[in-house]
Design a protein around this ligand. Structure first.
Ligand SMILES: Nc1nc2c(c(=O)[nH]1)N[C@H]1C(S)=C(S)[C@@H](COP(=O)(O)O)O[C@H]1N2
Ligand SMILES: [Mo]
Length: 159
């Protein structure tokens, strides 16, 4: 085998194993109930709409404050052209809960994709996790918002 074909074979294996997630891979999907409007949220798109970073606790973890980073979900809804009163947030483990639009419009919930500078994987509750800025706004440190802090987010479906 020539050096070039060895490199090509190595790259093919890397892609096949999914070792390098492509910028175009969807992390989760935002859609209307009938799927007439569907937006696959990708790393590419998140880079375009921009991310925010804040320090907050993560429900169901160690109680410590972590630095979380991700796009404001409202920006993604704007990108999708979807404006509903409520959304069903559905996770990979099939956990689902209704989230009012207010949480995105007024409370600054993000789709966290990084914690403490490290990209989230499915193993650590990623690739996307609905997170609220509960340190900035203590009213959000409440079981109601904790129950809406959906990890392994798969879909956000307008109701
Ligand atoms: N994917 C997923 N996200 C979830 C849940 C879940 O079961 N699955 N539980 C929710 C609830 S009810 C709470 S209080 C917090 C923390 O859950 P834990 O205390 O079970 O870890 O995560 C929320 N996000
Ligand atoms: Mo909960």
């Amino acid at each position: 085998m020539s050096i070039l074909s060895k490199i090509a074979a190595g790259l093919a294996i890397t892609v096949a194993l999914g070792a390098v997630p492509a910028l175009a891979d969807p992390l989760f999907t935002i859609r209307t109930a009938d799927s007439a409007r569907t937006l696959d949220v990708t790393a590419d798109m998140m880079a375009r709409v921009g991310s925010v970073t804040y320090r907050t606790i993560l429900p169901g973890t160690d109680g410590a404050v972590h630095e979380v980073k991700g796009p404001l979900i409202q920006k993604l809804l704007d990108e999708a052209g979807i404006d509903a009163a409520n959304y069903m947030a559905v996770a990979l483990d099939n956990y689902e809960i209704e989230v009012p639009a207010e949480d995105f419009k007024a409370h600054g919930a993000i789709a966290a994709v990084e914690v403490d500078g490290k990209a989230l994987t499915v193993r650590d509750k990623g690739p996307a996790w609905i997170v609220y800025p509960a340190t900035d706004n203590p009213a959000l440190a409440d079981p109601l918002y904790e129950s809406r802090s959906v990890w392994q987010l798969k879909e956000l479906v307008a109701q």
